[in-house]
Structure formats: C-alpha cells, structure tokens
Ligand binder design. Structure first.
Ligand code: ATP
Ligand code: MG
Length: 234
C-alpha cells in the first residue's frame, strides 16, 4: 500500500498536468453559475407553483359557475380594475355592485370578474355564486335540519369570494331581510369581497331593502351601471 504523502503528491502532479493541458487548449475555466435549480416545469420553481394555483382556482370556479358563464370575459374597465384589486389585495378590496336593466350583461360581467381572479393564481380561492332566490331556498326552514342550514349560512358568510345575483328580486319578508342582513353585515365587517347584481339603482335600494342593508351595501361597494339593449333578445 502506498504512503498517503505519495498519493497527495501524485494527485498534485495529475492536477498540474490537467491544468497545463486545459491551458494549452485555450479552454475557459472561469467558474460560472451552476444551473442546478428547478426548471419552470418542476416543483420549486415559482412559475410551476403559479400554474398549479391557476389550475386549482379555475377548477373551483368552473365547478361553482353556471355553464352559460363559465368562459365569461369582460372588457368593462371598472370590473377589470375591481378584479385586479381583489387579486392583488383580497383583504382590502371593496365589494362590487353591478346594476341596470335586464339582459345588459351584469351577471356575465360578475362571473367574468371572478374568473379573472381565478386566472391570477390566488393563494386562496373559495367561491360561491348564487341568486338571492336560490340562496333563500337553500336556507329556508325545512331545507335540511337547523344545524345543516346554519352550516350553509356560515359557509356563505365566510367564503373568500361570494357572488349574489339579482338583489331585490325575491319577495321581501322579515326572514329574507334577516338572512340578507346577516350575510351583508358579515361580509362588510370582515371585508370579504362580494359581487352583487341588481336591477335596482343604488338610490332605490333603501326602498326595497331594510335601511341597515342598503346603508352597508352602499358603503362597501364600488358600483357600475350597465346600460343598453337586452342582450338576450337583440
Ligand atoms: N360581454 C358579453 N359577451 C358575450 N355575451 C354576453 C356578454 N354580456 C352578456 N352576454 C350574454 O347576454 C345574455 C344576458 O347577459 P346577463 O345574463 O349577464 O344579463 P343580466 O344583466 O344579468 O340580466 P338580468 O338582469 O335579467 O339578470 C347572457 O346570455 C350572456 O351570456
Ligand atoms: Mg343576471
């Protein structure tokens, strides 16, 4: 067995010879960055994780969206700006109220806004979309036991994104006002972004809702008027 000193010396010789050969060939041996990080297709790369978040959010959006509106897009500047604000800062963004005559594209724009948020690849995406009449039907006494109804109610109150369509179309009662108040008040006080659509102008809300509800709706939303012909019939 050779002595360790001999091995070191021989290793040193070998290194010197290799260095000489490389130098003679004019090879550039300057140390550079080693590309050993993940590629965009691999876990660990920010693009990979962004893509996964988009896919997950879009899957949830599609599952909660009526087929008519699944691919909805909008070019409404106010609606686009609102969606981008929610995507950038969901805890400080306001809610949104789209109002106007029937068939002018309010519901379409509302789903388009939520879809745009999904496409931004949010870290947390939970969404429920419902009309007010369907909401009341799901929560009315007799629709499941009390605990189950309260569980549904809590889910609607606390979901990160909520779309409530057709405000003011369901017939009024003390019970529907109380349900609406609880939801609107919770969403307002917890600053949870909510989209409302309505045929009723903001100035007329106090005539169709309890004052406490109208006041909160006006305080928590940015509002856009949808005008023009009924797109269903033109
Ligand atoms: N920007 C758009 N591009 C393509 N289709 C649209 C657009 N906006 C609305 N539509 C279509 O027009 C029809 C009416 O739109 P929408 O349902 O959004 O109306 P609305 O204002 O919500 O009406 P209502 O007050 O009766 O609920 C729908 O079939 C919708 O898909
Ligand atoms: Mg609608």
């Amino acid at each position: 067995m050779s002595e360790p000193t001999t091995l070191t010396t021989r290793g040193g010789d070998l290194f010197a010879r290799l260095s000489r050969i490389i130098a003679e060939r004019g090879e550039d041996t300057t140390p550079g960055a080693v590309a050993d990080g993940p590629s965009p297709d691999e876990p660990g790369h920010p693009e990979y994780h962004h893509r996964q978040r988009v896919l997950s959010a879009l899957g949830r959006f599609d599952a909660a969206c009526p087929p008519r509106y699944t691919g909805a897009t909008t070019d409404h500047p106010g609606v686009l700006a609102w969606a981008d604000q929610v995507a950038a800062s969901p805890t400080t963004a306001p809610s949104l109220l789209l109002w106007g005559n029937t068939g002018t594209g309010k519901t379409h724009a509302a789903y388009a806004a939520i879809r745009r948020i999904a496409l931004s690849g949010p870290h947390r995406f939970g969404f429920i979309g419902s009309t007010f009449p369907d909401l009341f039907a799901a929560l009315r006494p007799g629709a499941g036991d009390g605990l189950e109804r309260e569980r549904r109610m809590r889910r609607i109150m606390t979901i990160p994104l909520l779309l409530l369509d057709d405000l003011g179309t369901a017939s009024d009662s003390v019970w529907t006002e109380e349900i609406t108040y609880r939801i609107v008040n919770h969403r307002d006080t917890h600053m949870l972004p909510t989209v409302f659509t309505s045929n009723i102008p903001p100035g007329g809300l106090a005539q169709v809702c309890d004052d406490r509800i109208a006041s909160r709706l006006l305080g928590m939303t940015v509002r856009y008027h949808f005008d023009g012909p009924d797109r269903r019939t033109t």
